[in-house]
Design a protein around this ligand. Structure first.
Ligand code: BES
Ligand code: MN
Ligand code: ZN
Length: 495
C-alpha cells in the first residue's frame, strides 16, 4: 500500500473518500465546518440526530453528490478531546482504513492530521495515522487458496493537511517501517508450528542479518551442551525439532557503549510436554514464540530506522513436546549458571529456556536486559488482554519502559517482585523448582527468572495476554498482534 502526505485545502481535494475526525461533544473543526456548509448542514444534522456523536472508533459515511471534489466523507469519532492521545489517532487511522476497505473503496484521503490538539506535533500525528492504517489492514492469507480474489484491498492513502507539516515525509517512512516490522513479527507468529520451527527462525535470523548487515550466530544442540545450557536443553529434549540458540547484533551506536540486550522466548509450539495442556485452544500455542518474533523484528526495525544504539537480540528457540525422551515432572537439571532446577511442571518451560538465555546475556556486559515472553496464563487473569506486565530489578529501567508503553500505545503495568515471593519456588531437593502452587503465577514466573539476572539491570515483560487475539482495538486484527516491537523501538529511541 502507498501512503503519501500532501498540502492542500480540504475543500479542493479530489478523492473517493475523505476521512474527517470529530471530537465527541465539541463544535465542528474549522475544516469540518466548511465541509458542512458545502453539504448544506448535513454534518450538523447527523450530529443533532445523534446518528454520529464522535465516540472513539465510531464511523459514519456520507456521499457528497458532487457538492465537493471528494466523492464521500467518512466521519470518524475521536472521543472526548480531553482524553486525546496519539493512540486515538492510531485507532482512528485504523478504524477508517478498515471501514474504507470494507466499503470496497481502494484509495482514500484523511484529514486526521489536520486539527489535532496543540500538544501533538503534526509529524507525530502523521506517524500515528500511518501506523494505525497499515497495522489495521494487515491480513494473514498465506494459506488461503479459495476466494482469494474476493479479498478487498486498499491501495493508497493521502494524508492531507491544510498547512505544511515539517518532516511529514519522514514521518510516513518511520510509521511504515514500524508497521512493516510489526507485520513481520505477526507473520512469524501466525504461521503454524509445522512451518515455524526453531530451524525456521534461525534461517529467518540469518536472512535478516544478511539483508541488514547484522551479526548473527546460531548455536546448535552440541554447542549449547558445551556451554552447559542444561535447563534450555531439557525442554527441547522431547521434540524431534532441533533447538536453536539465535543471537543477532546491531552496532548502530558508538563503539564501546554497552548494548541493550533483548531476550525473546521462542517456544515454537507449547504442548505443555508431559504436563500436557488441554486440547481446547491448544492450537493457539503456536504463538508461544511471540517474544522471539518481537526480538527479531525489533532489531530489524532498529537497523532499518538507523537508530543510534547498540542492540543484541537473543532468541532461545525450542519446541515443547511430550515423548519418551521428554523431561518428566520431578526431573532435576543444571542450568548454565550452576543452579539446579527441579522441574515440577514441564509446562513451565518458558522460564527454563530463558534461564540459560539470561545467563548467556551476561557476556555482553549489557546496559540493560529486557526479556519478552508469553510466560504465564496468570497474566491474563491479573491484567486481561490490554496491557503487558512488567517486573524487574531496576526502577529507572521500568519507568522508561512504562513511558515507552504510553507513547507507543503498547502499555505496560508493573507487578511487585518482592523477595517474599521467592519462597514459593523453594525446592526440597534442588536449588529451586520451576513452578509454584498457583498463587501469583506471573510474579513467581519473574521470581524464577530473577535467579539468573543478578548481574545487570533487567526487566521482564509477560506478553501472554497481549501477543494474541486482543479484541476491540481497530488496528489489531485477529490472531498475532506483534506486540513488543513498537514498545522496544520507542524505548530504544529514547535512551
Ligand atoms: N506458554 C504458556 C503461557 C501462556 C498461556 C501463553 C496462555 C499464552 C496464553 C506457558 O508456557 C505456560 O504454560 N505457563 C504455565 C505455567 C505454570 C505451569 C506454572 C501456565 O501459565 O499455566
Ligand atoms: Mn507452557
Ligand atoms: Zn510456554
Amino acid at each position: 500500500m502507498n501512503i503519501k502526505s500532501k498540502v492542500e485545502e480540504a475543500l479542493k481535494h479530489t478523492t473517493d473518500c475523505l476521512v474527517v475526525g470529530h471530537f465527541e461533544g465539541e463544535k465542528l473543526s474549522p475544516t469540518l465546518s466548511e465541509i458542512d456548509k458545502a453539504l448544506k448542514g448535513t454534518v450538523k444534522g447527523i450530529i443533532a440526530a445523534k446518528s454520529f456523536r464522535g465516540k472513539t472508533d465510531e464511523t459514519y459515511l456520507l456521499h457528497t453528490y458532487k457538492a465537493l471534489p471528494a466523492k464521500s466523507i467518512l466521519l470518524i469519532g475521536l472521543g472526548k478531546k480531553k482524553d486525546f492521545t496519539l493512540e486515538k489517532l492510531r485507532r482512528g487511522g485504523g478504524k477508517s482504513a478498515t471501514a474504507v476497505r470494507d466499503y470496497g473503496i481502494s484509495t482514500f484521503s484523511t484529514l486526521l492530521a489536520d486539527n489535532v490538539p496543540e500538544e501533538v506535533t503534526g509529524k507525530d500525528a502523521v506517524t500515528a495515522i500511518t501506523e494505525g492504517t497499515l497495522l489495521s489492514l494487515y491480513a494473514f492469507n498465506n494459506y488461503k487458496t479459495d476466494d482469494v480474489k474476493e479479498i478487498k484491498k486498499v491501495k493508497g492513502l493521502t494524508i492531507v493537511t491544510g498547512k505544511p507539516v515539517k518532516g511529514a515525509k519522514e514521518a510516513v517512512i518511520y510509521g511504515t517501517i514500524l508497521a512493516e516490522s510489526v507485520s513481520y513479527a505477526r507473520d512469524l507468529v501466525n504461521h503454524p508450528s509445522n512451518k515455524v520451527t526453531p530451524t525456521y527462525l534461525a534461517n529467518e535470523a540469518k536472512k535478516i542479518a544478511k539483508e541488514l548487515k547484522l551479526k548473527c550466530a546460531i548455536l546448535d544442540k552440541a554447542a549449547m551442551n558445551k556451554m552447559g545450557m542444561g535447563s534450555l536443553l531439557s525442554v527441547a529434549k522431547g521434540s524431534e525439532q532441533e533447538p536453536k540458540f539465535i543471537t543477532l547484533q546491531y552496532d548502530g551506536g558508538k563503539k564501546g557503549v554497552a548494548p541493550t540486550v533483548v531476550v525473546g522466548k521462542a517456544v515454537t509450539f507449547d504442548s505443555g510436554g508431559i504436563s500436557l495442556k488441554h486440547a481446547k485452544n491448544m492450537d493457539e500455542m503456536k504463538m508461544d514464540m511471540s517474544g522471539g518474533a518481537a526480538a527479531i523484528a525489533a532489531i530489524a526495525a532498529a537497523a532499518k530506522l538507523k537508530l543510534k544504539v547498540n542492540l543484541v537480540s537473543i532468541i532461545p528457540a525450542v519446541e515443547n513436546m511430550p515423548s519418551g525422551r521428554a523431561s518428566k515432572p520431578g526431573d532435576i537439571v543444571k542450568s548454565m549458571n550452576g543452579k539446579t532446577i527441579e522441574i515440577t511442571n514441564t509446562d513451565a518451560e518458558g522460564r527454563l529456556i530463558l534461564a540459560d538465555a539470561l545467563t548467556y546475556a551476561e557476556r555482553y556486559k549489557p546496559a540493560a536486559v529486557i526479556d519478552l515472553a508469553t510466560l504465564t496464563g496468570a497474566v491474563i487473569v491479573a491484567l486481561g488482554h490490554f496491557v503487558t506486565a512488567v517486573l524487574g530489578n531496576d526502577d529507572a529501567l521500568i519507568k522508561n519502559i512504562k513511558k515507552a508503553g504510553e507513547a507507543s500505545g503498547e502499555r505496560v503495568w508493573e507487578l511487585p517482585l518482592w523477595e517474599e515471593y521467592d519462597k514459593l519456588l523453594k525446592s526440597d531437593i534442588a536449588d529451586i523448582k520451576n513452578s509454584g502452587t498457583g498463587q501469583a503465577g506471573t510474579i513467581t514466573g519473574a521470581s524464577f527468572l530473577k535467579n539468573f539476572t543478578s548481574k545487570y539491570k533487567w526487566a521482564h515483560l509477560d506478553i501472554a495476554g497481549t501477543a494474541w487475539d486482543v479484541k476491540g482495538n481497530p488496528y489489531l486484527p485477529k490472531g498475532a498482534t506483534g506486540v513488543g516491537v513498537r514498545l522496544l523501538i520507542e524505548y530504544l529511541k529514547n535512551i
